[in-house]
Write a protein that binds this ligand. Structure first.
Ligand code: PLP
Length: 409
C-alpha cells in the first residue's frame, strides 16, 4: 500500500519548500507576509485530471465550496469542474461570480432561510431539500416568484457509512429526509408546482478506506434505484456525495482512488436503465479531496525558548487561522499535522520542539513534541495538508489578530 509522504506533491529547492516557479522569497517579494496560506494550482489541477481520467465521462464533478471558499480557488476551479456545491448565500454568490450557470449549482444544508431559498430559486440553482417543511416553503416562494423551483430530495439513508471521519447520515439525523418517508414525499410533490429533479445522498466526510466508500456507494445506488421507481417523471439528477479522504497523519494511507472510481463506474453502468433519464447527471461532490493537499500554512518563528526542559517555537500564527492543526478546541486525541521548517526542509540537524501560535491559551499548539530541523527566530514553519477546512473553519476573530493572507500560485 502506498505510504503517505506529505511532501510528495511539492518541490524542494536549496533545502526549502517551493511552489512551482516560486520559492518563499519570491512570494514575500510579491508583497505577501506571514502568516500565509499558499495553495498550489498544479496540485488542484492534477487532482481533477486524475479523477477525470479514472471516472466515466458521465460523472459530473462538483466542488464543495465549504472546503475552501478562497475566491481565487473557486475562480480557478470553475474551468475544471462541472458545478459547485454551496451552502450559504455567500457561497452561492462566489459560485455565480465565476459565470457558472445556476443549474450547475447545488444548494444544500439544513435550516435554509427564506432569503436563501429565494436567492437559490432566482438563480435557478438546484435546491437539495432537507425536510418537508423546507419543501413547502420552496413551493410557496416559487409561486410568489412565478418560477418553478427545481429540487433534489436529500435522503437520510438507513445504512451507516463505515470508516467516515465524520458520519453525516443514517440513524436519526438533522440532514435530509429519512429514506422510509421519501416515497410519500415523492407522491405528494407530484401534485405541486415543483420540479423534482432527483435525489441527493451524502453519507460522510474524510473516508480513507476504499472498501468502506465502495460499500456505501453500492447502498446509495441501490436506494436511488428503489426511489426512482416510485417517481412518475424520470429522474434527471442523482448526487451521490463523495467523502473521499486525504491522509493527514503518518499512520494514514492514501485512498485507493482506482478502486473507488472503478466501483463507481460499474455502479453507473448498472443504473442506466429504469426510471433514470438517458442524460442522467450523476454528481459526485468533493471538497477536501480536491483542495486539501494543495495548501500549506506558513508562519514565522518569533521566539524560541526552553521551559523546564521543553523547547518552544512561538510563531506569528496560531489556532485562530488553523483550528484543525491545533486540535479543534481540545479534541480528545490531538495529533500533529505534517510540519516542517520550510526553509530547512532536509536538514539533518534536528531537535524536538513544540510549536505554538501567539494566542493566550494553552490550546494554541500547532505541533506538540515534534522532531524538526533545528531552527532560529526568523525561520518559517510549514504545516502541510492545509488546503481544506482550515482558514475558513477557524475562529479568526479570537484575540483580534489580523487574518492570515492567502495566495494561489
Ligand atoms: C452535503 C455535503 N457535501 C459535500 C461536502 C464536502 O465534503 P468533503 O470535503 O469531505 O468532500 C460536505 C461536507 O461536510 C457536505 O456536508
Amino acid at each position: 500500500m502506498e505510504k503517505f509522504d506529505p511532501l510528495a506533491h511539492f518541490t524542494i529547492t536549496d533545502n526549502a519548500l517551493s511552489f512551482g516557479d516560486f520559492d518563499l522569497n519570491d512570494i514575500f517579494q510579491l508583497g505577501y507576509t506571514t502568516p500565509l496560506y499558499i495553495y498550489s494550482k498544479n496540485i488542484i489541477k492534477n487532482k481533477i485530471y486524475m479523477l477525470r481520467n479514472l471516472l466515466s465521462p458521465e460523472f459530473k464533478i462538483y466542488y464543495s465550496i465549504k472546503a475552501n471558499p478562497f475566491q481565487d480557488i473557486v475562480n480557478y476551479l470553475h474551468q475544471y469542474v462541472d458545478g459547485f456545491d454551496v451552502s450559504s448565500i455567500r457561497e452561492l454568490d462566489l459560485a455565480l461570480s465565476t459565470g457558472i450557470p445556476g443549474n450547475n449549482i447545488c444548494y444544500t444544508g439544513p435550516g435554509k432561510s427564506e432569503t436563501e431559498l429565494e436567492a437559490a430559486i432566482k438563480s435557478n440553482a438546484i435546491i437539495s431539500a432537507e425536510s418537508k417543511l423546507e419543501i413547502e416553503k420552496i413551493i410557496q416562494l416559487g409561486s410568489s416568484l412565478n418560477i418553478t423551483p427545481r429540487i433534489l430530495i436529500r435522503v437520510n439513508p438507513n445504512y451507516t457509512q463505515r470508516r467516515a471521519g465524520m458520519k453525516m447520515a443514517s440513524g436519526s439525523s438533522p440532514f435530509g429526509i429519512d429514506a422510509e418517508s421519501v416515497p410519500d414525499i415523492i407522491r405528494w410533490i407530484e401534485n405541486t408546482k415543483l420540479l423534482l429533479e432527483g435525489f441527493h445522498v451524502y453519507t460522510g466526510s474524510q473516508i480513507l478506506d476504499a472498501d468502506a466508500i465502495n460499500d456505501g456507494q453500492y447502498n446509495t445506488f441501490k436506494l436511488l434505484k428503489e426511489l426512482s421507481n416510485i417517481c412518475v417523471q424520470t429522474v434527471n439528477i442523482v448526487n451521490v456525495g463523495g467523502g473521499f479522504g486525504i491522509p493527514y497523519f503518518c499512520k494514514h494511507r492514501p485512498l485507493d482512488i482506482t478502486s473507488v472510481t472503478e466501483n463507481l463506474n460499474n455502479l453507473l453502468s448498472e443504473i442506466n436503465s429504469g426510471k433514470f433519464s438517458t442524460g442522467l447527471h450523476t454528481v459526485i461532490e468533493l471538497g477536501r479531496y480536491i483542495v486539501g493537499e494543495s495548501g500549506v500554512y506558513i508562519c514565522k518563528v518569533i521566539d524560541k525558548k526552553i521551559s523546564r526542559g521543553k523547547t518552544y517555537l512561538i510563531t506569528d500564527g496560531g489556532m485562530h487561522h488553523h483550528l484543525a492543526a491545533s486540535g479543534n478546541l481540545g479534541q480528545k486525541v490531538r495529533k500533529n499535522f505534517p510540519i516542517y521548517v520550510a526553509n530547512k526542509i532536509t536538514s539533518h540537524n534536528t531537535e524536538k520542539v513544540t510549536v505554538t501560535g501567539k494566542l493566550c491559551t494553552p490550546l494554541d499548539i500547532l505541533a506538540d513534541d515534534v522532531l524538526l530541523s533545528k531552527s532560529v527566530v526568523g525561520d518559517y514553519i510549514a504545516i502541510m495538508n492545509s488546503g481544506a477546512y482550515c482558514l475558513s473553519a477557524s475562529p479568526i476573530n479570537f484575540l483580534s489578530h489580523p487574518v492570515a493572507q492567502e495566495v494561489l500560485l
